[in-house]
Design a protein around this ligand. Structure first.
Ligand SMILES: Nc1ncnc2c1ncn2[C@@H]1O[C@H](COP(=O)(O)OP(=O)(O)O)[C@@H](O)[C@H]1O
Ligand SMILES: [Mg+2]
Length: 385
């Protein structure tokens, strides 16, 4: 097994004006499971393919173990890769599909059998070894593809959106399956996905990329609780964080014509007082908006309820506060705006299934003022000294 280090790694494709990956610095520990996540086209696959050696690095260095691998071909990097479109040999049994990479490199029969037995046990394929791929479910086939990649015991295991061809239910069960297998084998793993929920449930750490640049790399809880910039704040979490352009003044932030107080202790701790009178971006997650406001509660906000989505276990409430929410990475909305349709983007709260909120109703909701997030309007960086 091995660590992976990217040092100011850059990729400029032939003929491109902008780098697809820019100055990427990242240390992946030996045995770590790291997920690369970000919107389509942000450079995830390019970064992964540079580690794999499938794409030439145009700047910086990639180090695997203690070797700089920039000029080492993929087959000599001791890596294995599983793609979205994996192909099994249809005429071979599961066992032969699994041991194929070892057979072609001349490993002896006893060793072959032992490795197949072991990897089949880890991947829970023991009962299926004599079947042909056509007799397997989608999830089983995906496990065989992973087994075939892992049977060589690579130092680094790379996966690029391996679940995107599976149906939603299977995708969810395969997530935990892959996390279990990775844990059991302890192989350094880089996993690419555009799905932030997948990223948050699988990785020890998650690297968020946007426009070829690293936004934040951290454990999932940190990305969620302390997003380092506005992009991460808006990208991680579903429904997305409510973000709005505001001004901080005299201990409160503006929300349209209303004011939301900021706890004095918090303003002091994070250094918000330095922003008095200045523009900032403020955020609150839907989970931190509550429908239990009373006359004496802090953070009360008058709203007009627009939509009530009853999802069984929760009610998602869309409401108007007289100011538009900022939108980060929503291709549908961006398309509408490009067509000149600039909808007012409502705020969102996540309430209990018993919530009485009803469309058209004017009511007061409560923002948990201890859970506000603040970002510098110019740099987009989290305000938190
Ligand atoms: N072979 C290529 N030649 C030129 N540009 C490419 C090539 N592959 C990807 N790109 C561009 O590089 C950027 C990053 O692509 P990619 O790494 O595939 O993103 P992601 O995997 O995050 O969707 C995109 O703008 C894409 O169009
Ligand atoms: Mg990709």
């Amino acid at each position: 097994m091995a660590s992976v280090e990217l040092k100011k790694v850059q990729k400029v494709y032939d003929g491109a004006t902008e780098p697809a990956v820019n100055d990427l610095d990242l240390e992946i520990e030996d045995g770590e499971f790291i997920v690369f996540v970000g919107p389509s086209g942000c450079g995830k696959s390019t970064a992964l393919r540079m580690i794999a050696g499938l794409e030439q690095i145009t700047g910086g260095e990639c180090v695997i173990g203690d070797r700089v691998v920039n000029d080492i071909p993929p087959k000599d990097r001791d890596i294995a890769m599983v793609f979205q479109n994996y192909a099994l040999y249809p005429h071979m049994t599961v066992a032969r599909n699994l041991d194929y990479p070892l057979r072609i490199s001349g490993v002896d029969k006893a060793e072959l059998d032992e490795r197949v037995t072991q990897i089949a046990r880890t991947l829970q394929l023991t009962e299926l070894l004599d079947r042909k791929p056509s007799q397997l479910s989608g999830g089983q086939r995906q496990r065989v593809a992973m087994g075939r990649a892992l049977i060589r015991r690579p130092a680094v295991f790379l996966m690029d959106e391996p679940l995107s061809n599976l149906d939603a239910k299977l995708r969810v069960s395969m997530r935990s399956e892959i996390a279990r297998i990775q844990e059991e084998l302890g192989v350094t793993t880089v996993y690419v996905t555009h799905d932030q929920v997948e990223a948050m449930t699988m990785g020890d750490r998650v690297m968020v990329l946007n426009g070829g640049r690293l936004q934040q790399v951290a454990p999932p809880e940190t990305l969620y609780n302390r997003p380092g910039n506005v992009f991460v704040a808006g990208f991680i979490g579903s429904p997305a964080m409510n973000l709005w352009s505001s001004t901080y003044r005299d201990g409160a932030v503006e929300l349209g014509s209303q004011r939301v107080p900021v706890p004095a202790e918090m303003a002091e701790r994070i250094g918000l007082d330095a922003y008095d009178g200045k523009d900032i971006t403020v955020g609150i997650r839907p989970d931190n908006v509550h429908d239990d406001a009373t006359e004496s509660s802090d953070g009360n906000v008058d709203v007009t309820v627009k939509v009530r989505e009853a999802l069984g276990s929760e009610v998602i409430c869309h409401f108007d506060v007289g100011v538009s929410r900022m939108v980060i990475d929503d291709p549908d909305l961006e398309e509408m705006m490009a067509e000149g349709l600039a909808p007012d983007i409502d705020f969102v709260g996540r309430f209990s299934p018993e919530s009485s909120v009803a469309p058209g109703e004017k009511r007061t909701v409560r923002f948990d003022i201890n859970k506000l997030h603040f970002f510098d309007a110019e740099t987009g960086l989290r305000i938190d000294s």
